[in-house]
Design a protein around this ligand. Structure first.
Ligand code: PGA
Length: 263
């Protein structure tokens, strides 16, 4: 049996509560025969308003649920923010921090992401830190430096004992969304190699256990090749995951491709 692979989706600012519940029910029903102990970890990150209902209605063993963002404080004068206590209260399994849209549309910095990641971990949830270089940074040939900076600042001061609750998603900014170009599997693998080495520098041996997922225009045409790469531990999918039946097919295809390569 190969290692467990990660498949998840961020629903961004799409789907109402009713649509989210319908999607989650269909997805868990379709995929329930795939072993969560040995084959996959499945996770979905819906919008805030759907989280409470989703958490109550969905079997968390089949699908972990996450929030798209979180404040670094438990309470206070932070209008419009959501606290870790509020996410704990509704049973969140994970929190995504530093998605490219948070960094580039809402101007979040690495230092803010670090405060958020620490807060997520201190409150017992898993932290999924998203990192990735812009197209311009890639042009300048500084992608490894950018990724290393995002990891080193993002995980600054975090004890290696937390490593088992840390996940990383590599999502190059130029690859995300309708105008994105997917990264080639070779390029993604090269960057994942940089990340894995850096995680080992930060956390020592515990860093080897941190799953690194690729995201950015993952689709039925490239999922198999990407997941077959040695250093890619999972796929973080946007648009190609938002119909449950299509995501189910993508997961099964990717899983069988990875297993065929001995992964
Ligand atoms: P995409 O989104 O797959 O639609 O490019 C990826 C993401 O933003 O996580």
């Amino acid at each position: 049996m190969g290692k467990k692979l990660y498949f998840g989706s961020n629903l961004k600012m799409y789907k109402t509560i009713a649509q989210t519940i319908e999607y989650l029910k269909k997805l868990t029903e379709l995929t329930k025969d795939i072993s969560r102990d040995e084959e996959i970890t499945l996770f979905i990150i819906p919008s805030y308003t759907s989280l409470e209902d989703a958490s109550r209605e969905i079997d968390h063993r089949l699908c972990l649920l996450g929030a798209q963002n979180m404040c670094w404080e438990e309470e206070g004068q932070f209008t419009g923010e959501i606290s870790p206590l509020m996410l704990n209260e509704i049973g969140m399994d994970l929190v995504m921090i530093g998605h490219s849209e948070r960094r580039h549309v809402f101007r979040e910095t690495d230092i803010e992401e670090n405060r958020k990641v620490r807060c997520v971990l201190e409150h017992g949830m898993r932290a999924l830190l998203c990192i990735g270089e812009t197209g311009e940074q890639k042009e300048y040939g500084i992608s490894p430096e950018v990724l290393r900076t995002q990891l080193k600042v993002g995980f600054h001061g975090i004890d290696p004992s937390y490593a088992d609750r840390i996940w990383v998603a590599y999502e190059p900014v130029w690859s995300i969304g309708v105008n994105g170009t997917p990264a080639s599997a070779d390029y993604a693998e090269e960057m994942h190699g940089v990340m894995k080495e850096c995680l080992r520098e930060i956390f020592g041996e515990a860093g080897d256990r941190i799953p690194c997922l690729y995201g950015g225009s993952v689709n039925p045409g490239n999922a198999r090749e990407l997941i077959s790469m040695k250093s890619i531990d999972g796929l973080f999918v946007g648009r190609s995951a938002w119909q449950a039946d299509k995501f189910d097919v993508l997961i099964r295809d990717a899983l069988s491709a990875a297993r065929a390569t001995g992964k």
